[in-house]
Write a protein that binds this ligand. Structure first.
Ligand SMILES: O=C(O)CCCC[C@@H]1SC[C@@H]2NC(=O)N[C@@H]21
Length: 249
């Protein structure tokens, strides 16, 4: 396993409501970035207020940090984390085949959703007091296919799809060092190389996709992700630049 990265803390909890809640609780006294790994969460949440199923054996972890900089810059770490997750999946399975990234930050395996990321932050006066990157990976078990909304990706599981039996501790060991390497790339060279690497792993680039918000639906050809992380679709009315949406294939 990779060496644990310098400067990153680790706390392991048997049971917690949510590692994102724990991140908010410990953030005020944080000395440096810290990973929180939970064996079990009683109130795990996913994006858009959905519950997140977290059977034992899957990875449920949050990285909490005080990144400084503007909120828009901090938010780009969702791409940093997605790339680090992709790197980790390649490292633990020994192959990149079947792995892809779905905007903004899902990791897909063989067309299903293997992992999700939920960013939460707080701040005042244009600053970020803390950033929490919550990560769930279906290592051992995927939730039932009928538990996701119509049109959403089917849940996929690393063990069933690849035969790789990886424990949450092993996976986090790789993920922590992969994240630290991508974080250094981000802080040194800014978003450009992260964006390029993300696009090289993007699912459905150049194909028609649908971006849905609570108020609207935009169908178009997925052209790129711009320099600020927005999704860019080519539609019949011209380019659509989308900052937040759920993407459907
Ligand atoms: O909806 C998604 O795709 C994001 C899922 C994020 C789940 C993780 S599990 C660890 C952390 N704690 C939570 O309550 N949620 C995130």
């Amino acid at each position: 396993m990779s060496a644990w990265p310098d400067g990153y803390g680790l706390r392991i909890l048997e049971t917690v409501d949510s590692t994102l809640n724990e991140a908010a609780r410990i953030a005020p006294a944080l000395q440096g970035p810290e990973w929180i790994l939970a064996r079990f969460q009683t109130a795990a949440r996913g994006r858009r207020g959905r519950p997140w199923s977290n059977p034992r054996g899957n990875l449920t972890a949050t990285l909490v940090m005080r990144p400084g900089g503007a909120p828009e810059q901090a938010a780009l770490r969702s791409f940093v984390a997605a790339l680090a997750l992709h790197d980790t999946c390649v490292a633990v399975t020994g192959r990149a085949e079947g792995l892809a990234l779905k905007w903004p930050n899902d990791v897909m395996l063989n067309g299903g959703k293997l992992a999700g990321i939920l960013l939460e932050s707080a701040g005042q006066g244009g600053g970020v007091s803390y950033l929490a990157i919550g990560i769930g990976v279906n290592l051992a078990e995927a939730p039932p296919a009928d538990s996701v909304e119509p049109g959403a990706l089917r849940p996929a599981c690393l063990l069933a799809e690849t035969g790789a039996a990886v424990t949450p501790d092993e996976f986090l060991g790789h993920l922590a060092s992969a994240y630290a390497a991508r974080e250094t790339q981000f802080t040194t060279y800014s978003f450009a190389p992260i964006r390029e690497a993300w696009l090289a792993r993007a699912a459905r680039l150049g194909e028609r996709i649908v971006a849905r918000t609570a108020k609207s639906e935009t169908s178009g050809i997925f052209r790129t992700v711009d320099a600020t992380g927005n999704l860019v679709l080519e539609t019949s009315k011209g380019p659509a630049v989308i900052s937040a949406a759920e993407v459907f294939f």
